[in-house]
Structure formats: C-alpha cells, structure tokens
Design a protein around this ligand. Structure first.
Ligand SMILES: O=C(CO)[C@@H](O)[C@H](O)COP(=O)(O)O
Ligand SMILES: [Co+2]
Length: 223
C-alpha cells in the first residue's frame, strides 16, 4: 500500500501545528519538507530549524527534500535536526555514491531526486543502495504547478528495474499530485505521493487527505 506525504510548502505557516495535526489525523504517512536555497531553485524556504521544530509536533517521519546546490554541506545539520528521509538531487551532487553512503552513515534513509528532464538511467547503478528515488513531476521550486505526464514513464521504468534488480527502494512522485494524477502515478508503480496544494489549498484539508488515501487504497485492491 502506498503512502501519502503532504508537503508543508503549501501549508499556512501561521497554522502549521494545527494543519499538521489535521493531515496526521486524516491519513498522512509522512510529512514532506521542501528545502530550497534560492540557487538550485529560484525560491527559498526552510532550514534545519524548521525540521527540529516539526519533530516536536508530529510523530510522522520527516521526508526532507533538499533542493540545494551543495547538499553535502547540509546533511549533518538536517540529520541532527531529526530528518528521517534525506533526499538530495542528482543534478546538485557530483559524488552521488559517496553522498548516499554519507546520508546512511548519519542514520537517515537516503533518497535521490530527479528533475523532470533527468533520465532515470543516471541513478541505475545506485538502485540497490538507495532507500528512495524521487521522481519530480514538476520543475522544482514552487507548489501549484501542473503535473508533467512523462514522469509516469520514469516511474514505470524504475518500478520495472526494481523488480529486475531485486531492489527495495521506494518510488516517490512529487509535483501536481491530485486525485487524477495520483491514479496514474500509482498505476505506474509509485509508493509515495507528495501532495502540497491539492491538500492544503483546496479549502478542506481533511477531505483532500481522505480523497487521496481512498485513491491509494483502491489502487492497492486493483494491483
Ligand atoms: O518539491 C516540491 C516543489 O519543488 C514539492 O514538494 C511541492 O510542494 C509540491 O507541490 P504541489 O505540486 O503538490 O502543489
Ligand atoms: Co518536494
């Protein structure tokens, strides 16, 4: 059964504790934290202090998505702050193999994220090493963008390679996920759905979470 990871990028930061409690109560499995540095992506968001604060208000694992130019400069800080999953971008890291080993040595689950135009073969040799591969289905930097359809093909390829290589990483999809696109991603083999605006910006957070969880459970029955 797949997991739901609401992204707090689209939450109301003045009501963060309340909104996290709401998603937690309505089926969220992870909390997705988008870290942006204004260099790798044209936006700025949260740092380790946010992760540390979140750790105090939720029992859910924190899924930290590092959209920063020099991720290895920061992994220690995010691990110490309480990140459970630490995902770095393939495009931002020259020594991916070393980076994955370092993140695991910090007792975090290691993830690699791929921008929409980055081919999945760039992480092929690390599939037995990583805990998660994040397929970006929008260009990173902002919430509320439209799902890029060719991400589905990338998910399907990763799903196929996972069986062929007997690997056991999670496939996460991030960007433009709503009830319609969630179905496509799940059918292709996604295990973690990140959803920001469709959860926090549609007026009823509880209902939005339950709708996505229902798509997840239905797709589990069909599989
Ligand atoms: O990493 C990112 C954006 O770069 C995401 O995690 C967004 O938060 C997804 O937002 P929606 O597309 O679901 O609104
Ligand atoms: Co993200």
């Amino acid at each position: 059964m797949a997991f739901l990871a609401p992204s707090i990028l689209s939450a109301d930061l003045l009501k963060l504790e309340e909104q996290i409690a709401m998603v937690e109560k309505n089926g969220a499995d992870l909390i997705h934290v988008d870290v942006m540095d204004g260099h790798f992506v044209p936006n700025m968001t949260f740092g380790p202090s946010m992760v540390k604060a979140l750790k105090k208000i939720t029992r859910l694992p924190l899924d930290v998505h590092l959209m920063v130019s020099n991720p290895m400069q920061f992994v220690e800080w995010f691990a110490a702050a309480g990140a459970d999953y630490l995902t770095i971008h393939q495009e931002a890291c020259w020594h991916l193999d070393r980076a994955v080993k370092r993140i695991k040595a910090l007792n975090c689950k290691a993830g690699i994220s791929l921008n929409p135009a980055t081919p999945v073969m760039t992480v092929q040799h690390l599939l037995k090493e990583v805990d998660l591969v994040l397929v970006m289905s929008v260009n990173p930097g902002f919430g509320g963008q439209a799902f890029i359809p060719y991400a589905v093909e990338k998910i399907a390829t990763l799903n196929q390679w996972r069986s062929e290589y007997k690997a056991d990483f999670l496939i996460e999809v991030d960007g433009g996920i709503d009830v319609r696109t969630a179905k496509q991603a799940l059918k292709a083999g996604a295990d973690v759905l990140v959803a920001g605006s469709s959860v926090f910006n549609n007026g009823d957070i509880a209902r939005a979470c339950r709708a996505l969880k229902s798509v997840i459970s239905t797709s589990g029955e069909e599989a």
